[in-house]
Write a protein that binds this ligand. Structure first.
Ligand code: GDP
Length: 330
């Protein structure tokens, strides 16, 4: 039985990946931080086969201890402060966890190493936010980075650290440059879920409007369930490498609003949407669109869920959750 260790197992991708690896026959271990972490009961209930282990991306010796204990075949480093807006307010903490956390996890992998026949393989969750103020369109593995937030800067550090450990120590370390990926498990602070949840609540008469920031930025949005499979595929290759994972389509926040409100039966959303400078960012990423040709050709990876299907999946889930909550408020 193969063994996998996932950091960030309580996040959207960690939960999808833990489920996927369990169905692939892996024994899955999830790193969890802090005593009585409120999310541990949730992930344990969701995936009873998942084993939680205590550790912290800020603490190298805890990571060495975990890797020694778990003896994983594969390590997936998904743990991060991942909300761009928050990264402006907690820039140092973001650098510490989203950036230096990668270095510490790689150090633990390098020091413990695994067996000679079976060295530990490593996946780093890199991000399209590294492209930031994009130098070319669409973005590929060759596109230079120009991050526009402390989050993006920290991810660039993590990405190059992964490359360096591959080149310097021969570690099977791959980096997935994932474009935005969403789903019903997305946190409510991200714009897709904020919109689908608010539209569901407006439909149910629980809310009157939605307050957003800039409506013009464009993102290449895919489904998280599709994207975690790409992570696994990267670690099954003979050689480690970097891959862009994206749909190749881009949509603005306005188009997201068009689709979500139309699902709820409203043709004109302008009367429901307010804007507030609070949700604008000090520096914005205006356009992201990825070219995942390499992933398609080398990994055989293709996304299955379209933008419209993704928004519908999220809206339907929010409608169900919010109407259940309204019926049983406690
Ligand atoms: P990101 O691409 O990782 O920053 O993902 P987000 O979902 O947080 O933001 C996507 C885009 O939506 C960014 O360009 C935001 O500036 C824009 N946006 C506009 N209004 C909002 C809002 O109210 N919340 C969030 N999270 N983003 C918003």
């Amino acid at each position: 039985m193969k063994r996998a260790l996932i950091t960030g197992v309580t996040g959207q991708d960690g939960r999808h990946l833990a489920e996927f690896l369990t169905t692939q026959g892996y024994q899955v271990f999830g790193l969890i931080r802090g005593q009585n972490n409120p999310k541990s009961a949730m992930v344990a209930a969701e995936n009873p086969a998942l084993e939680l282990v205590d550790g912290d991306l800020r603490d190298l010796s805890s990571l060495i201890g975990i890797v020694e204990q778990v003896q994983p075949d594969e390590v997936y480093n998904l743990g991060a402060i991942s909300f761009v807006q928050l990264s402006f307010k907690q820039a140092e903490l973001t650098a510490e966890i989203t950036g230096l956390g990668v270095l510490r996890m790689l150090e633990a992998v390098r020091i413990v190493g695994g067996t000679q026949n079976n060295p530990i393989r490593f996946y780093q969750a890199s991000s399209s936010e590294m492209f930031g103020k994009v130098r070319e369109t669409p973005q590929t593995e060759q596109t230079p980075f120009h991050p526009r937030s402390p989050y993006g800067v920290a991810k660039v550090f993590g990405h190059y650290t992964t490359l360096n450990y591959r080149e310097a120590y021969g570690i099977h370390a791959s980096s997935g440059i994932l474009f935005n990926h969403e789903g019903p498990r997305r946190g409510l602070e991200f714009v897709t879920r904020k919109v689908t949840n608010s539209v569901a609540r407006i439909k149910l008469g629980l809310q009157n409007n939605i307050t957003l920031g800039d409506l013009d930025p464009k993102r290449d949005w895919g489904y998280a369930g599709d994207y975690v499979k790409a992570m696994w595929m990267m670690l099954q290759q003979d050689e480690p490498d970097d891959y862009v994972i994206s749909t190749g389509e881009t949509h603005s926040i306005r188009e997201l609003l068009d689709v979500a409100f139309r699902l709820a039966g409203y043709d004109d959303w302008t009367r429901f949407v307010k804007q507030d400078p609070r949700f604008y960012r000090p520096s914005e990423v205006n356009l992201l669109i990825g070219d995942a040709t390499k992933a398609r050709e080398k990994l055989g990876w293709v996304p299955k869920v379209s933008f419209e299907e993704l928004v519908a999946m999220m809206y339907e889930n929010d409608l169900k959750e919010e109407s259940e909550r309204a019926r049983h408020p406690h």
